[in-house]
Write a protein that binds this ligand. Structure first.
Ligand code: CMC
Length: 428
């Protein structure tokens, strides 16, 4: 392939380098374009813009492929678990058993929150959304470990192993602490002998006096949800993390920004919106067909459907669909909203509106049903997405901190007033 592209603007030709990715994706390198031509590119929503070179995750949205560090998501879902996959994402290779034990132990060692962070969690207004609590507590966590949070890249990288373990561990304790506080209940202590998910589920739901244990099927369903959410290349929240990190900010500040970006209903907040939508359809006595019609007319959106990158079935949704059946069966539950979800999917996949626009179920379509069956309150669903996404955000923070040279700073096409007369100010 000729590794140049030629751009003609008026009478001038500009030669631009081509970049080729590891999976043969091609990109035109425009980093010198403005210098050469005084022209910038415009790409509303960044659908055609590569913001970085990355080695973490590969997606082919047309083929429905998702790989973490080269491993297919289905293979990881079948043969790995959340902490091993987190290590893979953060450090680039699968851990040896010694590496995995020390990673797990380090995470366990940070399960208890510092008192100052607990005070912040309790002091936030009662109606603060759990995602707002998570973002605030993340900043407070950084404040209680100033040695991991220096905004000096070299130092923050030297302490990264500790801060990554602290963040991954603390996120589940932050979520449980707030949940228990609102329920007026005491948070049980985590037990280092238990797994990451078992500890989280105990902190959320179990009391010391309970005689029954959390069923292993519940623990493995949660572990799978975390693993499937662990990274998804340059999405809105990960790009936000990278953007913040590009300015030299520490991991706590970068991840607090990622949490805020994830909150929106078009991104991580979609898992809550799916359950709200399914409940509304159920309460209205609709079998889903009326809702599909209103989505086609643009009056509403079929939440959990469509994706900026996937123009095919989201591979995570495929895995979650069957996990959803398994989890409900293991728990002996039936869910009327699961039947509605299945029907919506079936109808949408043969409807020309959805077919022509290549709209398929995404990761959020079935995850909410599983989380609801596991007992999580709906407004915590996006927090669970964030806990799962933490290793991905950390991997991207590390990539920027190790290799990033430039602060991220897009340009714009200004469409406001041109110079206005100063008299306007004087005559106010
Ligand atoms: N229901 C009905 N129509 C839709 C939907 C939907 N869920 N998604 C897209 N469309 C239509 C849209 O109206 C537009 O139609 P037209 O060409 O006639 O104007 C066309 O499909 C293209 O949509 P778009 O909004 O330009 O596509 P996008 O790539 O900017 O948006 C999306 C992607 C995920 C924001 C969007 O599909 C959506 O809003 N989906 C519902 C929310 C959702 O499930 N979000 C979770 C995404 S997966 C988790 C994550 O990674 O964040």
């Amino acid at each position: 392939m000729d590794n140049n592209a030629t751009l003609t603007i008026g009478d001038n030709d500009f030669t631009l380098n081509m970049l080729e990715g590891a999976e043969s994706e091609l990109a035109i390198d425009i980093s010198q374009l403005r210098k050469q031509s005084k022209v910038i590119t415009f790409d509303d929503g960044y659908g055609n813009t590569g913001s970085c070179e990355s080695k973490v995750t590969f997606i082919d949205g047309d083929k429905g492929i998702l790989r973490y560090r080269g491993f297919d998501i289905a293979d990881l879902a079948n043969r790995s678990n959340f902490l091993e996959t987190s290590y893979l994402l953060i450090y680039g290779e699968l851990p040896t058993s010694i590496e995995l034990s020390s990673f797990t132990e380090r995470i366990s060692s940070y399960a208890d929150l510092p008192d100052d962070v607990i005070s912040v969690i309790k002091a936030l207004p009662a109606k603060t959304h759990p995602m707002g609590v998570l973002a605030s507590a993340m900043q407070a966590l950084g404040g209680t470990y100033p040695q991991f949070c220096t905004n000096n890249r070299k130092t923050d990288l030297e302490t990264f192993d500790e801060s990554a373990a602290l963040i991954m561990s603390a996120m589940r304790t932050i979520a449980s602490t707030r949940h228990r506080f609102l329920q007026n209940e005491v948070l049980p202590k985590s037990n280092p002998a238990n797994s990451y998910c078992e500890n989280f589920l105990n902190m959320m739901f179990r009391n010391d006096s309970d005689s029954t244990e959390i069923p292993p099927s519940v623990e493995s369903a949660l572990d799978l949800i975390f693993l499937l959410h662990a990274d998804h290349e340059q999405n809105c929240s990960t790009s936000t993390c990278r953007m913040i990190a590009s300015g030299g900010a520490n991991p706590f500040a970068s991840l607090a920004g990622g949490v805020s970006a994830l909150w929106g209903p078009l991104h991580g907040g979609a898992n809550m919106a799916v359950i709200k939508m399914l409940n509304e359809i159920h309460e209205a006595g609709d079998d889903g067909s009326r809702f599909i019609e209103s989505a086609k007319q643009g009056k509403t959106r079929l939440m959990g459907f469509g994706h900026r990158v996937y123009r095919n079935y989201d591979p995570r949704a495929k895995i979650l669909k069957s996990a959803c059946d398994d989890a409900l069966e293991a728990l002996g539950l039936s869910s009327p909203i699961l039947s509605i979800a299945r029907r919506l999917e079936e109808e949408a996949l043969k409807d020309s509106y959805f077919v022509e626009r290549k709209l398929y179920p995404n990761v959020d379509f079935y995850s909410g049903i599983i989380l609801q069956a596991l007992g999580f309150p709906t407004d915590m669903f996006t927090v669970l997405f964030a806990i799962g996404r933490a290793p991905g955000w950390l991997a991207h923070w590390k990539e920027i901190a190790e290799n990033g040279k430039k602060i991220h700073r897009p340009r714009q096409i200004y469409q406001g007033h041109t110079l206005r007369a100063y008299q306007e100010l004087e005559n106010r």
